[in-house]
Design a binder for this molecule. Structure first.
Ligand code: DGT
Ligand code: CA
Ligand code: CA
Ligand code: ZN
Length: 562
């Protein structure tokens, strides 16, 4: 059994403990163990107890559950809890604004067992008369339902699906790449579009056959286009084109549709016609082999995929004024990361070694501060961590920081004297998400004015498809960041992507700086950086906007807010 499946049983157990009103700390421990199991490099189902308890967060009791899972595919304690909870409750409990207790109530009293049933019941006004519900909770549930994505997946799910397919087709095809919204790094993906070239009908058939063999379900299959559905439900379209049409096809299928419309208008003005087969004057083919050829023939610079949304990139490319947007290799360090001192899965030494292996020049450790009580941080623990960090020999410049909690009044966990001992601090909202706009704005502005707060972590606290963004006055927030020299984070976690791309450009225009961070809670999480970089690119950020592309001296200067 793969680690992911073991982890999801442990996580389900944790959710069921919460739902049935069990011990929160036990739930937390299983959640932690689930994360550690998912992040473990070897197969946990193959391990004995002695090896299992070496995994962080796995004690004797959880090790026993894992060996039981390896033996029977499930464990008795999980089965017991499943039997106590009506069908669909876990799904309902995930609706923002609902929660486990009321999910049980809805399942028991109204027989609601899925999201569609919930939406129907709210619309029919059935919740209004239930004890503990009212017009306000109806509104909140509808808002919650509207942020839960149904038919789109997180960009990481799409990328993890696409890359092995592209790799498998590479030996068979001339060129192969993914296009569509995934190449543009949108935050959610409807389907994956893969493009390959073949110089003969035989080669095209071999590529199509190999592709069909890789998928559990074939949706439609033809000579030039095949669509399949992968095990995770995601649809993947493969198109096979002639090598000489590669550039035109890649340009067309990368989109966005709005970008393509804008580019086609330029073609029309020049008396040309642009399609997925090429750029034509009458019957004559003018350009098609590479994207550069196609754009150049239209008088445009090649345009970065992340910018192709028709928000000014075509005009900029026509004038040779496209920004030199930030790339992954420009990032010199990560400024928001966790260890197993709080809710991370890996030790300080392991996180630092892994980050050093990425070639970073600097790296900040920012575990959770005490007011997030579940993390049980203390002054002693964080000071001991600082000692340990100072003793570690690393090629990187190590920064000791913390992720502070921004309280409802904008204050943070520690006083100025204690905070002055940190090299830098991230500060984030982790509670009281429902404050009204005026209160929330004041809260952020107060945090920005704190001289020891350098980065606002995951500013909108939204979780894609799970939690709506907080309500804040963007103009005031951005002005406060710019005025106080406080960076906004572009959080790379694919479930967050926060600050979202749609707000980044406005923030940049207001003079805000950014930190593209992974918020890694495990070694594999360090690999999430491309999602943050993609989000920053979609917000048109350049290196000058992103503090962790700067040389260390300039970064440290930024951290000196006085
Ligand atoms: P998605 O799949 O919803 O996340 O978004 P996309 O952008 O990947 O959209 P998709 O898969 O429907 O099509 C891939 C690209 O193909 C799209 O970005 C632009 C191009 N395309 C598809 N249909 C049309 C169309 O009717 N007109 C134009 N101009 N382009 C199209
Ligand atoms: Ca697509
Ligand atoms: Ca498609
Ligand atoms: Zn956080």
């Amino acid at each position: 059994m793969p680690n992911g499946s073991v982890a999801s049983l442990l996580r389900e157990y944790s959710e069921l403990v919460v739902t049935t009103g069990g011990d929160r700390f036990r739930a937390r421990n299983y959640e932690k163990a689930a994360k550690a199991v998912a992040a473990h490099s070897g197969d946990v189902a193959a391990l004995g107890e002695a090896a299992l308890v070496k995994i962080p967060g796995v004690g004797k009791s959880i090790a026993g559950k894992i060996t039981e899972i390896a033996r029977r595919g499930t464990f008795a304690a999980l089965e017991d809890l499943r039997a106590q909870v009506p069908a669909g409750v876990l799904e309902l409990a995930k609706v923002p604004g609902l929660g486990p207790k009321r999910a049980v109530q809805l399942a028991t009293d109204l027989g609601i067992s899925d999201l569609a049933g919930l939406e129907a019941a709210v619309s029919a006004g059935k919740l209004r008369d239930l004890p503990g519900f009212g017009a306000k909770s109806e509104e909140r549930i509808l808002r919650g339902l509207s942020v839960m994505t149904t038919d789109r997946v997180m960009v990481s799910v799409a990328r993890d699906t696409a890359i092995p397919l592209v790799d498998a087709l590479r030996p068979l095809a001339g060129r192969v790449a993914y296009a569509g919204s995934l190449r543009r790094m949108r935050e959610t993906i409807g389907d994956v579009d893969i493009l390959a070239t073949a110089s003969s009908a035989d080669q095209a058939a071999r590529i199509m056959d190999a592709f069909k063999d890789l998928a559990p379900e074939i949706v439609v299959s033809g000579k030039t286009k095949t669509s399949v559905r992968m095990g995770n439900g995601l649809q993947v379209d493969l198109r096979v084109v002639k090598p000489e049409a590669w550039g035109a096809a890649l340009q067309y299928f990368t989109g966005s549709q709005a970008h393509n419309v804008a580019v086609r208008e330029i073609a029309v003005k020049k008396g040309l016609k642009l399609s997925e087969y090429g750029l034509f004057r009458g019957e004559e083919l003018i350009a098609s082999e590479t994207e550069e050829d196609v754009y150049r023939a239209l008088g445009l610079d090649w345009i970065e995929p992340a910018l192709r949304e028709d928000t000014g990139e075509v005009q900029a490319a026509a004038k040779g004024e496209q920004p030199r947007i930030v790339r992954e290799k420009d990032v010199r360090g990560d400024l928001h990361t966790h260890t197993n001192l709080t809710d991370g899965a890996a030790s300080l030494a392991d996180m630092i070694a892994a980050a050093g292996g990425r070639g970073y020049e600097y790296y900040a450790v920012t575990d959770h501060a005490p007011n997030l009580t579940m993390q049980r941080m203390t002054d002693e623990k964080i000071l001991a961590q600082r000692e340990e960090l100072r003793r570690i020999d690393s090629s990187m410049h190590l920064l000791h920081g913390a992720e502070l909690n921004i309280a409802p009044d904008g204050s943070v966990d520690w006083d100025g004297d204690f905070l002055a001992g940190f090299d830098m601090c991230v500060a984030s909202v982790h509670s009281h998400f429902d404050q009204d706009r005026a209160e929330m704005t004041r809260r952020f502005v107060t945090a920005c004015e704190n001289p020891h707060v350098h980065v606002i972590g995951h500013p909108l606290t939204r979780k894609i498809g799970r939690r709506p963004p907080v309500d804040v006055d963007f103009g005031e927030l951005f002005a406060a960041c710019a005025r106080t020299g406080t960076a906004l984070e572009v959080n790379s976690s694919p479930a967050r992507l926060d600050l979202p791309a749609e707000h980044i450009r406005a923030a940049k225009d207001a003079g805000v700086r950014f930190a593209i961070d992974t918020d890694a809670h495990s070694v594999p999480d360090l690999d999430n950086l491309p999602y943050g970089v993609g989000t920053a690119q979609r917000g048109w950020l350049t290196c000058d906007d992103v503090i962790n592309t700067w040389p260390l001296e300039r970064l440290l200067d930024f951290f000196d807010k006085s």
